[in-house]
Design a protein around this ligand. Sequence first.
Ligand code: CP
Length: 307
Amino acid sequence: MNHKHLLGIKTLEAEEILTILDQAVQFKEIINRPIKKVPSLRDITIANLFFENSTRTKLSFELAQKRLSADVLNFSASNSSVKKGETLLDTVHNILSMKVDMVVIRHSSPGVPIFLSKHIDASIINAGDGTHEHPTQALLDAFSIREKFNSFKGLNVAIIGDIIHSRVALSNIFCLTKLGANVRLCGPPTLIPKGIEALGVSVSYDVKSTLEWANVANVLRIQMERADAPYFPSLNEYAKHFGINKEMLDTFGKDTVIMHPGPINRGVEISTDVADSDQSIILDQVENGVAVRMAVTFLLAQNRSAV
Ligand code: CP
C-alpha cells in the first residue's frame, strides 16, 4: 500500500485493499490473544479529530491505536474552541504543533480530509466526510464478507436504504466492485442517485427480488440529519416498503448474510428479529473494525517511516 493518506477507497487498487485485509487478519489474531498489545507504533502520535458524532468509528480507532502502542489525542468539536469560532485549519495547525504524526478526521463536509491533505504534513485517515466516503467502514465490511465467503468474485451484495446520503454506500461500491463482487443498490427512487449505474452497479426499487438475488444485504439507515427535503411520506411508509424483517427473509429460504454499519434504527430499515438473528454479522463488523483500523494505521505509519 503505497499511500501517505487514506482519503477514500476510490484511489486504492484492488491489490492494496487486499493488502490491508491480509494485514488485518494478522491483527485480528493478535487482539484475540491474552496479551492484545504490540509495540509497532510506540513512537507515533495520533490525533482523532471528530467534528461529527460517532460511537463505533471513534472508539474503534482509539482502541486500534492503543493496541498498536501509539500515543493518542482525542478531540471532539462539540466541547472544543470550535464553539468559540476557531477555524478548521487553525484547530488542526494548533493540534499538529504538539508534534502529531497522524490525523484521523470525521467531518460533516465532504472533502475535508482531501483539503487537509493539501495543507498539513501529517498522514490523514478519513473517518467519514459528509456524504462522500467512509473508507475504513468499507474495508471492515469487505473483511467481514471475506470471512464469510472467502472470495468476492461473483458474490451478490445488495446495499439497501438511503444510498443518496450514504458515504458507506459510496465507499462500499468502490471497494466491492474493485474486488469483483456484483453490487445492487435498492431503495426508493428518491434515495438513489440518478446515473449511479456508471459506477458499475445495478439498481432495483424492489426489496423482495433484491433479497432473493443477494448473498449479502448491507442495510443502511435513513440519514434524517442530512435530508434537506422529504424523500418519502413517513418512516412508517418506508418501513412498510423497504424495511427488512424476518418474515420476508424466511420466504426465500436462504441464509442471506445481513450487515449494517450502525447506528441501527430498529423497526425502520431493519427489524429487531433480523438485526439480532443468526444471519446478522453486525457485531462481527464492529469487532473486525478494530483489526482493520490497526492494519490501515500500521501500513500508513510504515509508509511515513519509509519516506
Ligand atoms: N458506522 C459508523 O460510522 O458508526 P459511527 O457513526 O457510530 O462511527
